[in-house]
Each structure stands twice: as structure tokens, then as C-alpha cells.
Design a protein around this ligand. Structure first.
Ligand SMILES: CC[C@H](CNC(=O)c1ccc(S(N)(=O)=O)cc1)c1ccc2[nH]ccc2c1
Ligand SMILES: [Zn+2]
Length: 260
């Protein structure tokens, strides 16, 4: 049928037609009501080991811009925190708005950020490949980092300077030497809750770890995201903006905080 997207006819309000789980009991993103988040003293600090990370490529899949990492071994993992085992970094991508007033997927007390970075990891202890983990119940862990506009972010230039190579849907480029460690905020304080992929197939197999502290990027860097296109070279130009799903019902889920 019609490929899912973020437009009037194929956007988030229509996804349930092809993906009924869109109305499931643990969908993402959510609005994080900070006063309802329960501080859990048993939550360990998040351990992010990105030191030896190998970037492979940058890719426009027609929904977002994706940076893919080499995941043949467990050199780039997150562990501890809410996780029972280490999860291996596979890719990172972003969601953003046409204006700075909105664009993030998760919201905090109803506040949207201009953008949100997702660092996607898979359970390489139990599964052999990302594809296998991506469909398994305890397969994925995603770190969400809020992005707001402000000062220039030195760690992001390498990425935004490469966007011209992947302007069109389906374009891919070799992209070596990028380390997402440079995109982490100072504090690793986080909220965590059981959720789902925020795009079809919307599988309910994601442990969400949303960092409290946003990172800041400049207006110019934010503008580079908006030069990307949903469309390929042969189609009418569709600026890649507002590629975010709005918050979904909590349905009784508890959000835990690693901090008080
Ligand atoms: C099972 C879906 C997966 C493609 N989708 C994703 O990997 C994905 C990852 C993160 C997020 S978010 N926004 O929540 O962070 C949304 C989607 C997917 C689908 C089919 C596949 N065949 C082989 C590999 C493979 C992977
Ligand atoms: Zn995402």
C-alpha cells in the first residue's frame, strides 16, 4: 500500500491501518510528566562505551538521516543503567521540526524540543544480528537526546557538513571517523520506560533511555537538517521536516528517573 511517512495521507494518524500495534499498550514516544517519574535508587548510572566506534555510512532513508556503525563486535556498547546486558550501537538518526518550536518525539511536561537524536542499540548477547534483535521482545535499547538551538555544536559539524551528500531519499555515502560520543550532554541523568519503535513497524520491544539534559546546536546547523529531502531526485521536492511521531498514551506505564 501507500508507504508510511509524515504527510497528511500517510502520517502517524494513519499508521494504525497497516500497523495495528500503533494503538498498542506500550507505544512511543510519550510525554514525560516529571512529577510522575519515580526516582529509582536501584537504577545504576548509564555506562556508554563509545571510545572505539567505527562509523560506516550516512544514509537518507526517506524518513530520516541515519549514521550506521560497524557492529561486528561489542566495541561500542551501552550497559548498566536499566539494562540487564550490554547493547551494541547499530545506528543513530534524528527527528526534527520545520520550526524550532517542535520536532522532538518525546516531550517533557508538554514541552517539545527542536529535535531529538536517537542512538539505537541491540542485544548482541541474545541475538546474532540487528535484524533478529529488531523483532525480539528484549531486542533494542534506544537513547534519546533532546536538541535545542543555541551555540554551535562542534561535534555536529562533521555530520551537518556531510548532509549535502545525502540530500535525496535513498542516497548513501561513506562516512568515516565520526564518534557520537561528541554528541552526549554533560549529565547522563535519564528517564527510562518500556516502549516501542516510533516508526513503523512500531514493534513494542524498546527499552527507552531519555537523557534529561538537552544538547545545543546552532540555528545554522539546525537549518542543514531542513535542507534534507523526503523525496528522491525524480520526485517533487519535499523538505524533510516534521518527521516526528507525537506522544502516545502512557496506558499505565511507569516512568523511572535515575536522579532525584
Ligand atoms: C524492525 C524495524 C527495523 C527498521 N527500523 C529500525 O531499525 C528503527 C530503529 C529505531 C527507531 S526509533 N525512532 O524508535 O529510534 C525506529 C525504527 C528493521 C526492519 C526490517 C529489517 N530487515 C533487516 C533489518 C531490519 C530492521
Ligand atoms: Zn527515532
Amino acid at each position: 500500500g501507500l508507504q508510511w511517512g509524515y504527510g497528511e495521507d500517510n502520517g502517524p494518524s494513519e499508521w494504525h491501518i497497516d500497523f495495528p500495534i500503533a494503538q498498542g499498550s506500550r507505544q512511543s514516544p510519550i510525554n514525560i510528566v516529571t512529577s510522575d517519574a519515580v526516582y529509582d535508587p536501584d537504577l545504576l548510572p548509564l555506562s556508554i562505551c563509545y571510545d572505539s566506534c567505527t562509523t560506516l555510512s550516512i544514509f537518507n532513508d526517506g524518513h530520516s538521516v541515519i549514521v550506521e556503525f560497524d557492529d561486528v563486535d561489542s566495541k561500542t556498547v551501552i550497559q548498566s543503567g536499566p539494562l540487564q546486558v550490554p547493547y551494541r550501537l547499530k545506528q543513530c538518526h534524528f527527528h526534527w521540526g520545520g520550526k524550532n518550536t517542535h520536532g522532538s518525539e518525546h516531550t517533557v511536561n508538554g514541552k517539545s524540543y527542536a529535535s531529538e537524536l536517537h542512538l539505537v542499540h541491540w542485544n548482541a548477547v541474545k541475538y546474532k544480528t540487528f535484524a533478529e534483535a529488531a523483532v525480539a521482545p528484549d531486542g533494542l535499547a534506544v537513547i534519546g537526546i533532546f536538541i535545542e538551538t543555541g551555540d554551535d555544536h562542534p561535534g555536529l559539524h562533521q555530520l551537518t557538513d556531510a548532509f549535502y551528500m545525502v540530500k535525496f531519499k535513498g542516497s548513501k555515502a561513506v562516512f568515516p571517523g565520526f564518534n557520537p560520543k561528541s554528541l552526549l550532554p554533560k549529565s547522563l541523568h535519564y528517564w527510562t520506560y518500556p516502549g516501542s519503535l516510533t516508526t513503523p513497524p512500531l514493534y513494542e520491544n524498546v527499552i527507552w533511555i531519555v537523557l534529561k539534559e538537552p544538547i545545543k546546536i546552532s540555528q545554522k546547523q539546525m537549518h542543514r537538517f531542513r535542507l534534507l529531502l523526503f523525496s528522491n531526485e525524480d520526485e517533487d521536492r519535499l523538505p524533510m521536516i516534521d518527521n516526528f511521531r507525537p506522544p502516545q498514551p502512557l496506558k499505565g506505564r511507569k516512568v523511572r528517573a535515575s536522579f532525584c
